[in-house]
Structures are given as structure tokens and as C-alpha cells.
Design a protein around this ligand. Structure first.
Ligand code: PA5
Length: 447
């Protein structure tokens, strides 16, 4: 087992855990019997058993083709259509993965997840004269950010390779039958992959949505699915104390009951920063509704101990931490001796940075717990393709149980529409003109 949860520093008692046991069990049953709210969106639950093997083989073939035809892949998508792949690539290749050229896959850059013109212009410069391919990922095909980015990169491809050449370098991941992108892909003859109907965006990273960019970037997606499968089997255990994903849901619920409304996912590896971004979407879109839920934050230590560390130690006592600790560093490096010892660091000479990191983690944990910020600790043995698949499933399952425990539908996201309605009205999109005048008046009154 490569993931372990430790609740020793969570500051609740065994009997409190027993009190919530019936609730966790009921929530787990709603999930396994597929009778809870949003049960039609449970395609991820047994995904490692049911995924489409034919499509999986096509994903691997397409990834190989991308590696042959290009040095760069631009993966276009927003929210659930990009966060998982980005998290997986950094998890396994580290934050410098694109620059390291380890022979593992092409450089993968993400676009269509913002509306910044500087970002897109810089990305075009990074690509420069090099060959590139595009994977456009959108269930609907009309999401503003990826649609705008796709226009730009499609035009660039056509300008460089002609219409026919561009067609060979565009891969579209979208709804199996309907939607704007499906129509366009059919008309243009792009190779397509499917965003499954029964899997929502934030649960989609182990479908074609995430697998194609991950495989093109050099991840071993067989290993990813193997980790996911093992986690799927393991977290079926109905015994709370032997099922870490249920235990994590119970612990988070107890934190919420004690007024700890903010969960900080803190890691000590910069390679996990993007995993933190993925986690935030999963938790916030699933639980943050009807005035309920924990607010998810992510932090990278020791970096952030020099910024939000003060607040965690000593600010309002409304938070707890879930620490992601990685036992084995991907690469080891040792602090050298320095005869002058001007910095007073000789106590660490000959020590690996991993050892220093571990002492920092342990010292911080004790300090934060003493300061009134309870800690849960998830230990991973390493950052591999396999553990990525495992960890993703661990969080999916736990979050689904926890969403049912607080009484929300964890599989919808009605709140995401509010900003879009206003933006479309202000942009003058067809069908949204009605609200424009009133919104502009409100904005004027604010100026
Ligand atoms: O979780 C979600 O459902 C969202 O984050 C979507 O994935 C995101 O809005 C992108 O939607 P689409 O794939 O339709 O472009």
C-alpha cells in the first residue's frame, strides 16, 4: 500500500469517531448502491474496471504519434478539462518537467484555462518554430476560455501546416455525440476521444480528458490505471478503521463540526502544487453549495511557512491541515560542508535535503497542532504514475462520501454558472443581451 492516512494529530477522540460512524456508513452505502443524489454521475466509481479498452489503446497510439510529430503539445481546456492532467504531469515529472528533456514525452503546456492575452502570446513564443500539436478538451465545446484559445492555436496550426497538416495535429476530446466541438471535429476530420456522459469534469482526469495529455507528456498510463484499480478495490472495505478514504471523510466531517471550516492541503514537494489546484476544484465544486462545505486551500511548504505560516500558527482558529508527505525523494541531493560556516548551517553538512524537509515537516506539524491547527497526514511512498492513480481515486471516493455526509449533491456545480451569465451579457453574447443594460448601470454606480 503506498498511501497511508494518520489521524493521530487530528485532535478528536475515538468516541467522536464512533459517533459519526453511522453517518459515514450511510453515505458510503448511498454511493455503493448508487441511490444518492447525482447517482447518474458515478461513472468514475468503477472506472478502472469499466474503461473503454479500445479507446485506451487509441489514446496510447495518439500519444506516440504526437511524440513523433511534435516537440510540444498544447492542451486546451479549463476546470476539470485540464487540472488533472497538469497535476499528474507535475506529480511525476516535477515542476521543471518541460525543461528537463528526460526523454519522457513531449513538453505539455496548458491553454484555454484563462483569458489572458499575455499568457497566450508568451506560450506562442515558447513554441516558437518548433513542431506542435493540440489537444482541445471540452465537453460542451462552447466554454468561452478554451473556445477562444482553440481558435488561436487552430489558426496558428493552419497557417504553419496548411489545413490538411493541421488536421493531423489536432485531437479533440468531447461529448460522444453532441455539442459544438463534436460537430466541428466531425466536419474537419479530427481524431476524437470521449468525455463520458456519466463522469463530471472534476472526476474526468482518468478518462481520455486527462490520459491523452498525460501519455503524450510521457506518463505510463497503464501504471496510472493500475494504481486507480488497486485503490478502487482497497477502498471498498466497509470497515471505517480499515478504509482510509472513509476515515478521511469522517475526520473532515469532525473538523467541520468543531468549527474548522478551512482545510489546507499542505505538501512539502513543489511537484504537488498542481495537485493542490486539482484538489481545490474537486472539493470546492463538490461540497461548496447550499451554504455548506469546507473551504479548500492549498499550500506548498516550506515556501508558504514564510507567508501564510504565521496565520496557520496563530491566526483565527478556523482551520486544519491535511499534510501530503512523500517518503522517498525522486532525486537525492546533499548539503555540502563549508569550512567557514558563516551561515551556521554546518549542523546540516552531509545531510540530504529530504532529511531536512522531513524534520521541517515534523517540527511544523507539532508547532501547528500546539497552536490549535489539527493535522491529518497522508503519506505517499513516492511520486509515481501508480501513486498518482491511487491518490486520485482516494480523493474521489472520500469526497463523494463526505459530500453525502454534509447533505449535498457532490456531483453538480450550479454556482459556476453565475459569473458566466454576467460575462456573456457584458460581452453581448446572443441570447444574453437582456441583462446587459442593468449590469452596466450597476458597474457604473461602482466606479
Ligand atoms: O467540473 C466541471 O464540470 C467544470 O470544471 C468543467 O470541466 C469546465 O467548466 C469545462 O467544461 P467543458 O468541458 O464543457 O468545456
Amino acid at each position: 500500500m503506498s498511501i497511508k492516512l494518520n489521524i493521530q494529530n487530528a485532535s478528536f477522540r475515538d468516541y467522536e469517531l464512533e459517533y459519526v460512524r453511522p453517518l459515514v456508513e450511510t453515505a458510503s452505502m448511498l454511493l455503493s448502491e448508487r441511490t444518492g443524489q447525482g447517482h447518474e454521475m458515478l461513472g468514475w466509481l468503477d472506472l478502472p474496471h469499466t474503461y473503454d479498452r479500445e479507446e485506451f489503446a487509441r489514446i496510447k497510439a495518439a500519444a506516440k504519434r504526437i511524440q513523433t510529430q511534435s516537440q510540444v503539445l498544447v492542451s486546451i481546456g479549463i476546470g476539470g478539462s485540464y487540472l488533472g492532467a497538469r497535476a499528474g504531469l507535475e506529480f511525476t515529472k516535477g515542476p521543471f518537467g518541460n525543461q528537463l528533456h528526460t526523454g519522457r514525452g513531449v513538453e505539455v503546456y496548458f491553454a484555454g484555462n484563462n483569458l489572458s492575452s499575455s499568457y497566450v502570446a508568451d506560450l506562442l513564443d515558447i513554441i516558437g518554430d518548433r513542431d506542435f500539436s493540440v489537444n482541445v478538451i471540452s465537453k460542451s465545446g462552447t466554454t468561452t476560455e478554451p473556445a477562444a484559445a482553440f481558435r488561436i492555436f487552430k489558426a496558428k496550426l493552419e497557417e504553419r501546416y496548411g489545413k490538411e497538416g493541421a488536421r493531423e495535429r489536432i485531437y479533440a476530446t468531447t461529448d460522444k455525440a453532441k455539442g459544438a466541438l463534436r460537430g466541428l471535429a466531425k466536419a474537419e476530420g479530427y481524431e476524437t476521444f470521449v468525455v463520458p456522459d456519466d463522469i463530471g469534469g472534476r472526476f474526468s482526469c482518468l478518462s481520455a480528458v486527462g490520459l491523452l495529455p498525460m501519455a503524450a507528456g510521457g506518463m505510463d498510463i497503464d501504471q496510472v490505471m493500475m494504481g486507480c484499480l488497486d485503490a478502487c478495490e482497497r477502498y471498498q472495505n466497509p470497515e471505517l478503521l480499515q478504509n482510509d478514504s472513509m476515515l478521511y471523510a469522517a475526520a473532515r466531517f469532525l473538523m467541520l463540526m468543531k468549527g474548522k471550516k478551512v482545510e489546507i492541503l499542505a505538501s512539502y514537494e513543489p511537484a504537488l502544487v498542481q495537485f493542490g489546484e486539482w484538489y481545490k476544484q474537486l472539493m470546492a465544486e463538490s461540497e461548496g453549495k447550499e451554504g455548506k462545505g469546507l473551504f479548500p486551500v492549498s499550500a506548498s511548504f516550506t515556501t508558504d511557512l514564510h507567508s501564510i505560516g504565521q496565520f496557520i500558527q496563530d491566526g483565527s482558529r478556523t482551520l486544519f491541515e491535511t499534510v501530503l508527505w512523500v517518503e522517498r525523494a525522486r532525486r537525492e541531493i546533499t548539503v555540502p560542508a563549508d569550512p567557514g560556516n558563516v551561515d551556521g548551517l554546518d549542523f546540516a553538512a552531509g545531510m540530504t535535503l529530504q532529511t531536512m524537509n522531513e524534520k521541517a515537516m515534523k517540527g511544523t506539524l507539532l508547532a501547528h497542532v500546539d497552536g490549535g491547527a489539527p493535522n491529518l497526514v497522508i503519506t505517499l511512498n513516492e511520486l509515481s504514475d501508480y501513486t498518482f492513480g491511487e491518490l486520485v481515486y482516494f480523493f474521489w471516493k472520500s469526497l463523494a462520501v463526505s459530500g453525502y455526509m454534509i447533505g449535498v449533491n457532490p456531483f453538480d456545480q450550479p454556482g459556476v454558472e453565475a459569473y458566466k451569465k454576467n460575462m456573456f451579457a457584458l460581452l453581448g453574447k446572443l441570447g444574453h443581451e437582456g441583462a446587459r443594460e442593468a449590469l452596466e448601470k450597476r458597474l457604473e454606480s461602482l466606479n
